[in-house]
Design a protein around this ligand. Structure first.
Ligand code: SAH
Ligand code: SF4
Ligand code: F3S
Length: 479
């Protein structure tokens, strides 16, 4: 699967991001034997992509096979994101394309899934004349019913949110997989109420998945030859599952350890960590197991305490800095990345400068950076005026990107001459003479191939040159 945000956070890269990362069509195993075919396009975060794999699995049970060609599909699905206005605009554009197909082909069913379905509910059917079904993130088990209804001419909506649904028993159909890394959703929903964020409204209450089903999924992936799993949740550090029989409570640190123990050759990653919830126990577990990657995505959002309070992030600048200190103290080689929002309601130039200085302080290896986009219904939309002009938001974003790029470059330059264990993911984008892969710190490496090595193998690479996004080097003997 391609990058979910962008691995080259330059301004150009960011502009391209919405086009490239958004709307990925999975590379699907062709299935000409299925009598009915579905086509699915996915937008948004890793969890949404993983949901599409759950959806594919549910549809496969119902006799549907996946296709990459929408022209021959009987069912077209679009799994949507509401996080920023632009994400929703992109989806609406895609729906125009599907509309055309639908006008040409009788019997074609078009469905909207995911966060935008949840946010707009029935309104979708009114606004988008040619959409047949609207299905929220907790209602995917109902898809076969809704599709059957649509075939009979009934346009259907199911956007019920659940307090229990985790799809724990469904084995996701790994659609866009490189056969090396896979995602495992360990929880759903979010109970935080960051004032800018639509996710609690589109994904519902936070719930954690049965720990044993997570371990079983990891084991199954190992059996199939996978070498890396990423445990997913909006806020993984608040994972908490009580064993109904023993009443024993599994924390995120416990779960991390359980997954790390599945196989020492299986790399374990996780995302996202809310700074308020990541514990020393998690940090020490990471340190204890070589196969848990030394990389933490720890979104700061803003470097200014007043803005953080308005954002309802529940930590302030000093508290965040101490968290960063603690991570580097326990794991000096750990890489930290971040999400940043510029131009949140009432942000002053001085406050913006504090975001810049916290990027410098934290020494992020990379960040995903956005300008604030007001989302209807959120706390911020109801309470605060979206008063920073778009040009100012964008100018601040550019400044943040420039600083982050310089810091990423410096971060990478420090690695020149060092040797890293790299998991080969496949051919590099630019040349089939080169491999690409990542080290523990999640940095992307490109290096000439060597006979006998293939995707899914570990190798050692000495860094020779770097850019802000990529490390270039040569395979060397294990040090
Ligand atoms: N659960 C994760 C983030 C999920 S959304 C966390 O708590 O960090 C991914 C990122 O999108 C957020 O971290 C934030 O930086 C950005 N984002 C969310 N809402 C936004 C909005 N209204 N405008 C701009 N960026 C937003
Ligand atoms: Fe949104 Fe905050 Fe929840 Fe992340 S933690 S999904 S930013 S409400
Ligand atoms: Fe978007 Fe929903 Fe994920 S709003 S970022 S797809 S949880």
């Amino acid at each position: 699967m391609a990058e979910l945000y962008n691995d080259n956070p330059t301004l150009e890269g960011l502009k391209k991001m919405d086009e490239a990362r958004q709307g990925e069509v999975f590379e699907m195993p062709a299935n000409d034997t299925a009598s009915k075919l579905f086509y699915i396009e996915s937008y948004g975060c890793q969890m949404n992509f993983n949901d599409s794999e759950v959806v594919a699995s549910i549809l496969a049970e119902d006799g549907f096979g996946p296709t990459r060609n929408m022209e021959i599909a009987d069912l077209i699905l679009i799994n949507t994101c509401s996080i920023r206005e632009k994400a929703e605009d992109t989806v609406r554009k895609r729906l125009r394309v599907f509309d055309k197909l639908k006008e040409e082909r009788k019997g074609l069913v078009v469905g909207v899934l995911g966060c935008m379905a949840e946010r707009l509910k029935k309104k979708f059917l009114e606004e988008e004349r040619l959409v047949d079904i609207v299905v929220g993130p907790d209602a995917y088990r109902d898809l076969p019913n809704l599709v059957a209804g649509a075939n009979e001419g009934d346009r259907g909506v199911n956007v019920l949110l659940s307090r229990e649904e985790t799809y724990a028993d469904i084995s996701p159909l790994r659609l866009g997989s490189n056969g090396v890394s896979a995602f495992i959703s360990i929880m759903r929903g979010c109970d935080n109420m960051c004032s800018f964020c639509v996710v609690p409204f589109t994904r519902g209450r936070e719930r954690s998945r049965n720990a044993f089903s997570v371990v079983a999924e990891a084991q199954d992936l190992v059996n199939k030859g996978y070498k890396e799993v990423t445990l997913l949740g909006q806020n993984v550090d608040s994972y908490k599952w009580e064993n109904p029989e023993t009443k024993e409570v599994v924390s995120f640190a416990n779960l991390l350890e359980m997954v790390a123990l599945v196989d020492p050759d299986l790399r374990v990653r996780f995302s996202t960590s809310h700074p308020k919830d990541i514990t020393d126990e998690v940090l020490y577990t990471m340190k204890k197991y070589e196969n848990i990657c030394e990389y933490i995505h720890l979104p700061v959002q803003s470097g200014n305490s007043r803005i953080l309070e308005k954002m309802n992030r529940t930590y302030d600048r000093e508290w965040y800095k101490q968290k960063v200190d603690r991570i580097y103290e326990i794991m000096p080689d750990c890489a930290i990345s971040s999400d940043i929002i510029t131009g949140f309601c009432s942000e002053t130039e001085e406050e913006h400068q504090e975001t810049i200085s916290i990027i410098e302080y934290s020494n992020y290896s990379m960040s995903y950076m956005f300008f604030y986009s007001e989302r209807p219904g959120t706390l911020a939309a109801r309470k605060y005026e979206d008063d920073i002009p778009l040009e100012v938001k964008k100018r601040r974003l550019n400044e943040v990107i420039r600083v982050q790029n310089a810091i990423s470059l410096k971060h990478n330059q420090k690695d020149i001459g060092k040797v890293f264990k790299v998991l080969i993911e496949g051919d590099s984008k630019k040349s089939d003479q080169d491999f690409k892969g990542r080290n523990s710190q999640n940095k992307m490496f490109v290096f000439p191939k060597q006979d006998g090595l293939k995707a899914g193998d570990y190798t050692w690479v000495k860094v020779e040159s770097v850019s802000s996004a990529t490390m270039k080097g040569q395979i060397v003997e294990q040090p």
